[in-house]
Ligand binder design. Structure first.
Ligand code: GLN
Ligand code: ZN
Length: 779
């Protein structure tokens, strides 16, 4: 029975390949083992696969130009021919990868996080006099490719306002210049493209404007009005869909409503339907299926939302599906009860289609049948009734909750425990003594030189290491063999650091496939997937664990390897933990409890781990929080409350440590300006932080920072080895702002994606530069 009939679409789709085919092709191309023809062939086949799958699932309107060899913001820079001269190193593809990854001679463009996701985009560069010109090859190419399959598509582009707001002024720009100053010129190129696409017979174009859900200044709002009055008013153009996502449009809504664009996509998962009546006369592309989580949609509720929106509605996802994995059905190891609650990209498309066709009950009946089959299979495979497993889990979760509630410090539940979503009120967790007292105790205990050299934690993950870990998972490598291999690797990494002359060592994290998954596999309340890869940047993907129940720590997680590493050297070895905010940020989150409570539960488990590391004789413990900035709410009004509980969770994790135990933290791409006060409030004894790729921007706020600080002086996101001169200059620049007694010398981030030759050469430069800087002062 069909109740309603809407058109269906999605704002975008994953592109790395269901088995990461694009990752493999790119990396082989970069290392020279795949030629350009083969690279293009892989890309073409992935695009075809996506379009035919979307068509076969019954989706009405298909997007195109959502494929990318690296990043859609970089693609937009190329569309506008914004390739800095220093990156014009060959043909278009060579220049493209030079901007993304750098070359031996030239550093890449900076990279930073896409709004509050763990996806990273390349920051384009534009100056007052940079020429912009249309380079539509990619957009037209994908259009033509889809047409070969008989499919009409809607090209997707990053919109002009978001593009300019995310861009940096070219180096050497006059102080007052902002990229938005170039709006007129950029709009002229978009107009030219729209005319071209209209001439090609394209019906719809999607312009992504996620910046419109953030706080906009008057000038920025005026730019929105200007951009879309102009583009909407063009005489020859396709229909225009302006896509907002990751929140509500707020003040940008009336601005868009006042223009002649044809459709607006709104995120109805994280945003609301408030004021949508302002869009009367335009099509609402209703994002009722989440593109950010992995839970099945409450279809009845979504139908109701749709019904409230009137008739000119297209059913869609809340944002691109780029941020979720491909297909739940590819997972064979998930608890069937959990699997039946999940939807990845393919399932979400099916939900969009079912909602559009009014076939909600049919889809759910299918699900129920599938869940039933899976559960029966679970019984035979595991020899246990799945109900038994579930009730056991509920009992464990209850215990975890009680423990959190009973703890004398930290958060206390503010509402009745039976409420599904509860607020948590932070209480103050403090180290025993203030920083100066701790610093003295640590100096006496650790006896480090000034400008100590350290690394962030991981060392290169070699093919051998991956093979051993995979072998252990598959049962080919037994426990003894596995432990011996990891010990060997740790011993090797310790020896290398001693040879290179580092002062504070790490064990290298060889036992960790990923800094979050490793912990998720050891904590109750998380599930991990086999194929649930999500693009993080370029060819890099992560497999976010799924947080589905209350968290507890059955046994210590890192102590065994930390103890072994420390036994191999007389220098201090850092114990290495991922922080509570980051574990949750890089997992798929629960929808039934607040983010604050989720993070708090993890903090509780990590606090116990800190105590166990101390008991094992570890005197420096690093708790990484690279995602602190990432969860920051996009609207300023909500930021302070978030930072309060996030900081509190971190302090709860670390505040049990003795004075002489040095707590380090590490943050990457933290755009530290906005969160500097919060980083300070973490009260870590030493903070290491990204900086090499943002040209030392971080140093701006460093002067007020009162504890140890290690601004990264080696950009590990690029294969390039920094020269000794470059490292020396970075150390000198940092020493101008940060007192030498508190300055550390370290890379930007972990070394796991680099090769040993790159790492050895680079670290040599770090040690040499640090020693020279020490001597200078001593003379
Ligand atoms: N300790 C981690 C590592 O070195 C930190 C990684 C990160 O900040 N992303 O790999
Ligand atoms: Zn990092």
């Amino acid at each position: 029975m069909t109740i309603s009939n809407y058109t269906s679409t999605v704002l975008g789709y994953p592109r790395i390949g269901p088995r990461r085919e694009l990752k493999r092709a790119l990396e082989s191309y970069w290392d020279g083992s795949l030629d350009v023809g083969q690279l293009h062939a892989t890309a073409r086949s992935l695009r075809r696969q996506t379009w035919t799958q979307l068509r076969d699932l019954g989706l009405d309107l298909l997007p195109s130009n959502t494929f990318s060899y690296y990043d859609q913001v970089l693609d937009t820079a190329v569309l506008l021919d914004l390739i800095p001269d220093r990156h014009r190193v060959g043909d278009d593809l060579a220049s493209y990868f030079a901007m993304a990854r750098g070359t031996k001679e030239v550093a890449p463009l900076p990279m930073t996080k896409w709004f509050d996701t763990n996806y990273h985009y390349i920051v384009p560069e534009i100056g007052a006099a940079t020429t912009v010109k249309l380079n539509a090859a990619k957009v037209l190419g994908e259009l033509a490719e889809a047409r070969e399959l008989g499919l009409e598509t809607r090209p997707v582009l990053v919109g002009p306002v978001t593009f300019l707001l995310l861009s940096d002024p070219s180096p050497g720009s006059a102080p007052g210049f902002t990229p938005l100053d170039r709006l007129d010129d950029v709009l002229a190129i978009y107009a030219e493209l729209l005319a071209l696409l209209a001439a090609e017979g394209v019906g719809w174009v999607q312009l992504d404007e996620p910046s419109l859900v953030t706080d906009l200044s008057d000038r920025e709002l005026a730019a929105v009005t200007q951009a879309y009055s102009f583009l909407g008013g063009l005489p020859t153009r396709p229909q225009l869909l302006v896509a907002s996502y990751f929140g509500s449009l707020g003040e940008a809504l009336p601005a868009l409503a006042s223009t002649a664009i044809d459709a607006v996509a709104v995120d109805l998962v994280r945003g609301t339907t408030d004021s949508l009546d302002l869009l009367a006369g335009k099509t609402i592309v209703a994002g009722v299926v989440s593109g950010r989580d992995v839970w099945r949609t409450d279809l009845a509720r979504a139908s109701e939302t749709l019904r409230g929106l009137g008739s000119d509605v297209i059913v869609s996802t809340s944002c691109s599906l780029l941020h979720v994995p491909y297909d739940v059905d590819a997972e064979s190891n998930l608890d069937p009860a959990l699997a039946s609650r999940l939807a990845f990209a393919r399932q979400k498309v099916a939900e969009v289609v079912a909602l559009a066709r009014g076939e909600v009950t049919a889809l759910r009946a299918e699900d129920a049948a599938r869940a039933g089959a899976a559960a029966r299979e679970g019984v035979t495979r595991e020899g246990v009734a799945s109900e038994g497993v579930a009730s056991e889990r509920v009992a464990r979760e209850g215990a975890a909750r009680e423990r959190v509630a009973a703890a004398g410090e930290g958060f206390a539940p503010a509402g009745p425990a039976s409420e599904p979503v509860r607020e948590w009120v932070p209480r103050k967790a403090e180290r025993r003594s203030p920083y100066t007292t701790r610093a003295a105790a640590q100096a006496a205990h650790l006896n480090l030189p000034v400008l100590p050299v350290t690394t962030i934690g991981s060392f290169p993950q070699t093919g051998d290491l991956r093979a051993v870990r995979a072998g252990a998972v598959a049962g080919r490598v037994n426990e003894q063999q596995y432990e011996a291999a990891i010990e060997d690797e740790i011993a090797k990494v310790i020896r290398l650091q001693e040879e290179l002359g580092l002062d504070v060592l790490v064990h290298g994290e060889p036992e960790r496939n990923d800094m979050v998954q490793y912990f998720a596999e050891r904590l109750e309340g998380f599930a991990t997937t086999q194929h649930g890869w999500v693009q993080s940047y370029g060819s890099r993907c992560t497999r976010p664990p799924i947080m589905h129940g209350d968290v507890s720590r059955p046994v210590p997680m890192t102590v065994r390897w930390a103890r072994y590493a420390q036994s191999r050297t007389s220098k201090p070895v850092k114990g290495m933990l991922t922080g509570p905010v980051t574990i949750v940020a890089w997992s798929f989150k629960r929808a039934d409890i607040t983010l604050a409570e989720s993070v708090w539960q993890v903090a509780q488990a990590l606090r116990d781990e800190v105590r166990d590391l101390e008991d094992a004789g570890i005197s420096i413990i690093q708790v990484d929080e690279p995602a602190l900035r990432e969860l920051l709410p996009l609207r300023r009004s909500a930021q302070a409350a978030y930072l309060d509980w996030a900081v509190e969770a971190y302090r709860h994790t670390t505040s049990g440590a003795a004075d002489r135990t040095q707590i380090h933290t590490h943050l990457c791409y933290s755009d530290a300006g906005t969160v500097f006060a919060a980083i300070d409030a973490l009260d870590a004894d030493v903070t290491t932080i990204e900086s090499a790729r943002s040209h030392g921007r971080i140093l701006g706020g460093a002067a007020e920072f009162e504890r140890g600080l290690g601004p990264g002086v080696y950009d590990i996101h690029s294969p390039r080895v920094p020269t000794l001169d470059e490292v020396t200059a970075s150390v000198a620049a940092a020493a101008k702002v940060i007192p030498r007694e508190r300055l550390w010398v370290n890379p930007d981030c972990g070394l796991k994606t680099r090769t040993y030759p790159q790492v050895e050469a680079s670290l040599k430069h770090l040690v040499t530069a640090a020693r020279a800087a020490r001597d200078q002062k001593d003379q």
